[in-house]
Write a protein that binds this ligand. Structure first.
Ligand SMILES: [Zn+2]
Ligand SMILES: [Zn+2]
Length: 246
């Protein structure tokens, strides 16, 4: 049985700089993204505030392998006992066996890359549910009316959580605000600091919009309405700026 679902932002860092999200249904919750290493207190605070415990998290979905989304997955799996769902496109990064590529989308990305923060290692883990190719995971068994589906482009193994009521959690497919994201101007879309393939990102955002997603929750800044996401798609289609850093 699935009922209404609520998306709750978890401030991994304040001001919308880095977000994880809790999708809360009648029978428990799905955690979308694990946040930076050692930030479990931020998740615990939101759970406590809602009168929930670690064991209320029934599934952890990791949108992609960047450290600000996957860095605390191993720890949160321990605390919750919940399985971790991810896509095989990023699996070697979750295992920490391969370095990621970082294609900067602008000056901030290039400067941020040089700090080395984004490339730091985190505790490796093997996802319990590894989606392959275009495989989709139905969230009904976890009490949520929605699906986890592959939306490659930011990284090749990027996933989104798409709810039947029009809410979508898209990781870093789109971002908003300034610098890393958040802070101010959170209603204005932009690309995250790094993005493997802007054209693929545009395709995926457009597909989600035409399939019924109306509100987009993101790892940095947000949330954004569909119209603003489509404005971003338009910009992605007219700019061709791919700059590999390694
Ligand atoms: Zn990312
Ligand atoms: Zn991110």
């Amino acid at each position: 049985m699935t009922g209404p679902t609520e998306v709750v932002r978890i401030p991994i860092l304040p001001l919308g700089l880095v977000n994880a999200h809790l999708v809360v249904g009648a029978a428990g919750a799905v955690l979308v993204d694990a946040g930076l290493p050692d930030t479990e207190r931020a998740v615990e605070k939101v759970l406590r505030f809602r009168g929930m415990n670690w064991s209320d998290i029934r599934l952890i979905v990791i949108t992609h392998a960047h450290i600000d989304h996957a860095g605390n997955a191993a720890r949160l799996r321990e605390l919750t006992g919940a399985p971790v769902c991810a896509h095989e496109g990023d699996a070697q990064h979750y295992r920490q066996r391969e370095r990621m590529t970082f294609c900067a989308t602008g000056t901030f990305g290039r400067l941020f890359f040089r700090t080395g923060l984004i490339q730091r290692a985190y505790t490796p883990f093997e996802p319990d549910l590894l989606l392959k190719g275009e495989e989709v995971l139905d969230l009904a068994p976890y009490g949520i009316a929605g699906r986890v589906l592959p939306t490659p482009g930011h990284t090749c193994g990027s996933l989104s959580v798409v709810l039947h009521d029009g809410q979508a959690l898209v990781g870093d497919l789109v971002s908003s605000g300034v610098l890393l994201g958040g802070i101010v101007m959170t209603g204005t879309s932009k690309s995250p600091p790094f993005e493997d393939d802007p054209h693929q990102v545009a395709d995926e955002l457009e597909r989600l919009s035409s399939d019924g997603s109306t509100t987009f929750y993101m790892g940095h800044g947000g949330p954004l309405p569909k119209a603003e996401v489509l404005r971003h798609v338009g910009r992605l289609r007219t700019t061709s700026r791919r700059q590999g850093l390694n």
